[in-house]
Write a protein that binds this ligand. Sequence first.
Ligand code: 16G
Length: 243
Amino acid sequence: MLDKESPVPVYIQIQEELKRWIEEEKYSVGTAIPPEWELTELFGVSRMTVRHAVTKLVNDGLLQREKGRGTFVAAPKLKVEQPLTGLTGFTEDMQARGLTPSSRLVGFGSVFPELEIAQELHIKTDEKVFQVERVRYADGIPMAIERSYLPVKLLPGLTEDQLQHSLYSLIEQESGLSIDRAVQRMEAALAKKEDAKLLQIESAAAVLKIERVSFLSDDKPFEVVRSIYRADRYTFTVGMHRT
Ligand code: 16G
């Protein structure tokens, strides 16, 4: 099974072999792979080499160690490929993938906006906005934090309960207008301590900061959103044409 003359280190060959076992479902999700001593015998290498290979697969999320029980094939990590071409909301994005969206409201109130937010929403600073902070989940996994600012006059009776569901559907229903376009900026960042906690990731893990200003069909901006997306859960894609 192993080629000890190969320039490819033995532990990498073992890793590849274990990966093949998982891909071919010789060991399916939730089942245990053979214990270290058995792999040591099977591959004819030292226990250290086996441990090295297994540890790499544990770190890559393919295997999971459970104290005193063994090493198991992990469920594939949920990762979303999000095209940047269409203007969609979180709920519809997740539903389109067969995932169940949910939200946890961590902040909600009406405030006078800072100048920058007011300008982006084309309103004055004495016109109140809702400040909404939600953690968005897919199948119970935290994916993003969204901090939105919406003019109060657009949704005067907005309730906490409504924020458990799709804001985009609600806005289209309440305003009688359709959501038309948005301008979005993205940049890489490291998760701040409090954001990392909400997203259940390590402090300073990689995240994407996304800012979006969205407009209704009457060309009025209706939301300014400052979001933090988990970099380990999202890949953003875009099609391009050479002009
Ligand atoms: C998306 C949007 C956000 C919007 C939300 C509405 C970003 C980058 N994008 O996540 O602007 O408010 O969808 O989703 O944050 P909802 O209809 O499920 O409430």
